[in-house]
Every structure is written in structure tokens, then in C-alpha cells.
Design a protein around this ligand. Structure first.
Ligand SMILES: C[S@@+](CC[C@H](N)C(=O)[O-])C[C@H]1O[C@@H](n2cnc3c(N)ncnc32)[C@H](O)[C@@H]1O
Length: 311
């Protein structure tokens, strides 16, 4: 699955609306665990950034941070998003895990990260209270907007998605577009984005081979705990990837996913039983009309809940 220098495709068709909601249904498909591999994706120059369709999403304390979000549709849509079994489902376990859609908790998380780390952007510069080069991993990134925000704010950001096509066709183009749109955001030297595709069960082995295991100061995950299985797998992965003692994992999700069984309520119970992490409720987003959404911050139960150290 590993490929060298996969070019991006920016000839996307017209854009259908993203529908950020709970999974409509999850098909029960049993397949082997998808092995993880690093995707060597090229960050193309801004001058080559044509043909993609990007819309604006505004976040930040003053609502002045504009993030670019790509759209993937029509003839250029990835086959896995058009597969027959995908037709009535947001997720097909073991095949497609929902990364082509932008889910609402990703935006909750990006918005809250701005507040938590005092991330601000002007024409001239980005500021953030985190040390430059803080290492961030976004698990189940899809569009990757929370991770992209952290990257623009000066962090070293790595992105993981179950499906390599999501990384190639959405995450990486989003990174290009956002770097293009924010020329004052500079990446730490030799700490550009990296991309990992495959199952959380096999990600730790891959990171270990790269000297990255247990090296992440911050792990981000939005809408990744929708089922009991996904919760268990995500927790095991976080336990191995987070920097011992001082790392923080930010998990944004709905409190309950109807018909699927996951959500923050069940995840908190799992955390209590597991005992590795303490969790803090950092935000509750409740408009009274739709499903309540929450953001949890996990820190090691026996560690110091300090700000992340330079990594
Ligand atoms: C519902 S999507 C959320 C995408 C994005 N975070 C957002 O909020 O817009 C769930 C994501 O979790 C990831 N995922 C789910 N189960 C996984 C597994 N077992 N291994 C690896 N990734 C998984 C997929 O990559 C998918 O993009």
C-alpha cells in the first residue's frame, strides 16, 4: 500500500453539501484489519493549486480564522465513497470509516482548540501558547481541519485516516490550500505533515518503526468513538501513541450515537474501567435541538497534567 510521491488531484467536480450528522447506518461487514502504512504525499506549491473546490469555514475566538475545506464529488470521487454498500451508509466497517465527510465535532474541536491554546491569526503572524514544534497526531482525521489548525499554529502535525484515498484526495489538498491561504503560517523546519493510512490496531507498530511511538504531545480525534468497537480500538491506540505523563488526547464526539452504541457517555465508562487516563469535560455543545456534543481531554491518571513539552 505504501507509495512514493503520490500526486494530488485537484480536478474535483461540483460540490454536494456535506451533511455533518450522526451515522445514518453502519453496515456489518467483517473484513481483515487494514495494515497501516505511511503515505508519502507531496505538498505541492501554491502556484499549482488549481482545479480544486474549496469552501471557507470560519472559526476562532474572534471568528477571524478561515480554514479551507475541499470537496470531492462527481467523476473524481473516490470509488470507495461510491461503492454499492456505501449507498445508504456513512460508514462501512473495515472498508470505509466515514473520512470523506466533514463531521460536526471536527469543527467543535477546531473551535475549542483556538480557545484552549489561544490560537490567533493575523495577516502577519499566527500565535499560540504551545511551544513551536509541539507534536500533534490527528487520528481518524478525514478532512483534518483540527490538525491543520494546529499545524498552522506552529505544531508538527501528523494525520491518520483509515482510508489512504481520504488522505490523498482530501486531507493533503486541504493542507495545501490552507498553507496557500495562510502564508504567514510557517512549518517548523523538517517537521512537515506526515500521513498514515490504515487501522488503529496496526498504527503503533508503524509508528514504532519510525521512532514515533509515544512521542505525541497532543492527539486529536473527532467523531471516532461512534461504536463500542471503535472506542476500544481508539483507546488502545491512544495509550500507545501519547507521550507518557504529559500528553493530552482531545476527543470530540456526540454523547450518544443512536443505533450504533458509541459516544462520549460510553467512552467515559470505558475510560473508568481501563484506568489509564483521567478525563476532563472541556466543552459541551448543546443547541437543545440536536444531539449533545462533548469534548473530552484525556491525561495519564498517574502523570502530571502539564502543558505539552517540546518534542
Ligand atoms: C466519522 S469519521 C470522522 C472524520 C473526521 N474526524 C471528522 O470528524 O470529520 C471517522 C474516522 O475514524 C477513522 N476510523 C474509524 N475506525 C478506524 C479504525 N479502526 N482504524 C483507523 N481509523 C479508523 C476513519 O479514518 C474515519 O475518518
Amino acid at each position: 500500500m505504501s507509495r512514493e510521491a503520490t500526486p494530488f488531484k485537484f480536478n474535483f467536480g461540483s460540490s454536494p453539501a456535506s451533511n455533518p450528522s450522526a451515522p445514518e447506518s453502519v453496515l456489518d461487514v467483517q473484513v481483515a484489519v487494514q495494515p497501516c502504512s505511511e503515505e508519502k504525499l507531496v505538498i505541492i506549491p501554491a502556484s499549482d493549486l488549481t482545479g480544486g473546490h474549496f469552501s471557507d469555514i470560519t472559526i476562532g475566538a474572534d471568528r477571524n480564522i478561515v480554514l479551507k475545506k475541499g470537496t470531492l464529488t462527481g467523476q473524481s470521487a473516490c470509488p470507495i465513497s461510491e461503492a454499492p454498500e456505501r449507498a445508504d451508509s456513512d460508514i462501512v466497517p473495515g472498508k470505509y470509516e466515514g473520512g470523506f465527510k466533514l463531521w460536526e465535532c471536527a469543527l467543535d474541536l477546531a473551535q475549542h482548540l483556538c480557545t484552549a491554546f489561544d490560537i490567533r491569526a493575523t495577516q502577519a503572524q499566527w500565535t499560540c501558547i504551545l511551544p513551536r514544534g509541539t507534536r500533534v497526531l490527528e487520528l481518524g482525521c478525514g478532512h483534518g481541519l483540527p490538525g491543520i489548525l494546529m499545524m498552522l499554529a506552529g505544531c508538527e502535525a501528523h494525520f491518520q485516516d483509515y482510508n489512504e484515498q481520504v488522505l490523498e484526495l482530501l486531507t493533503a489538498p486541504n493542507i495545501c490550500s490552507n498553507l496557500h491561504n495562510h502564508p504567514s503560517a510557517t512549518l517548523p523546519p523538517d517537521k512537515g505533515p506526515r500521513f498514515f493510512a490504515g487501522d488503529w490496531a496496526t498504527l503503533p507498530d508503524l509508528l514504532d518503526s519510525q521512532g514515533l511511538l509515544g512521542s505525541y504531545d497532543i492527539i486529536l480525534a473527532a467523531e471516532t468513538i461512534y461504536s463500542p468497537d471503535s472506542q476500544r480500538q481508539l483507546l488502545q491506540c491512544i495509550k500507545k501513541c501519547l507521550r507518557p505523563g504529559v500528553g493530552q488526547a482531545w476527543v470530540a464526539a456526540k454523547s450518544y450515537y443512536f443505533g450504533v452504541g458509541g459516544g462520549t457517555a460510553a467512552f467515559k465508562s470505558l475510560l473508568t474501567i481501563d484506568g489509564t487516563f483521567e478525563s476532563r469535560l472541556a466543552a459541551v455543545i448543546d443547541d437543545g435541538a440536536s444531539n449533545k456534543r462533548e469534548i473530552l481531554v484525556l491525561t495519564h491518571a498517574n502523570g502530571k497534567a502539564n502543558a505539552p513539552s517540546e518534542g
